[in-house]
Design a protein around this ligand. Structure first.
Ligand code: FEO
Length: 231
């Protein structure tokens, strides 16, 4: 290129067809719904404890509900990053009724084991089609599920050990009241990345189109990059 000449960009028209395997895509999209249901479920647990006067346990599950919503957003972001369309589905109504303080804790462990099986299913589907990107993406969730099952299991153990004693139950509730919310690392990283660069946009289901040219001098597909538009 001659000195001073403007770079020439070859228009790259985004492909309409999905490059992500259809089954992997469906499972990832469904997982958004499953995580949102988890959030809804844990909010119902928080309601139960709130109404029973155990505000610490209610706090624990309110934070858990936020984390589950965050998990949904992480899956949603991943689909967007890969240019895939997100289809939001109806969220089921939590239908559990509890008669003891232990029951929500046991239901939580059962639910987390179910979620682990869902993550494993996505991982297996991705492995089958050698979708290494999705497998790597899921690594965080595999570790997260281990932690969530461990936490759920400990909650059960402690309730069984101390729940029948009023003073010990009060202490347990105080401990749970101390739990604070923090944004899961993949979501925090995505938010930071979004604030760093507005000039990187995904192509439909596979590959990320990005450039470093002066947006004021380049155009692509007839769209003005200076306006930050690329669709
Ligand atoms: Fe998002 Fe508790 O699984």
């Amino acid at each position: 290129m001659k000195r001073g000449a403007q770079p020439v960009y070859t228009p790259v028209r985004p492909k309409k067809e999905m490059l992500m395997d259809a089954r992997v895509y469906e499972l990832l999209n469904d997982q958004i719904n499953k995580e949102l249901y988890s959030s809804y479920l844990y909010l119902s647990f928080a309601d139960y404890y709130e109404e029973e006067g155990l505000e610490g346990f209610a706090n624990w599950y309110e934070i858990q509900a936020k984390e589950e919503r965050d998990h949904a957003l992480i899956f949603r972001n991943y689909l967007h990053e890969n240019g895939c369309k997100v289809k939001l589905l109806a969220i089921d109504q939590p239908d559990k009724e509890f008669t003891t303080f232990l029951e929500p804790l046991e239901a939580a462990l059962e639910h987390e084991k179910y979620v682990t099986s869902l993550i494993n299913d996505i991982y297996a589907a991705a492995a089958e089609v050698k979708d290494y990107r999705t497998m790597k993406f899921l690594d965080w969730f595999i570790e997260e599920q281990q932690e969530e099952e461990d936490n759920a299991d400990k909650m059960i153990t402690r309730m069984k050990l101390f729940g029948s004693d009023a003073k010990a139950l009060y202490d347990l509730d105080q401990e749970n009241a101390a739990r604070v919310y923090s944004v899961p690392s993949p979501l925090a990283a995505a938010e930071e990345a979004a604030s760093v660069s507005e000039l990187s946009r995904p192509r439909p289901c596979g590959g990320v189109f990005s450039f470093t040219a002066n947006p004021g001098t380049a155009s692509l597909l007839g769209r003005d990059l200076a306006a930050g538009k690329f669709a």
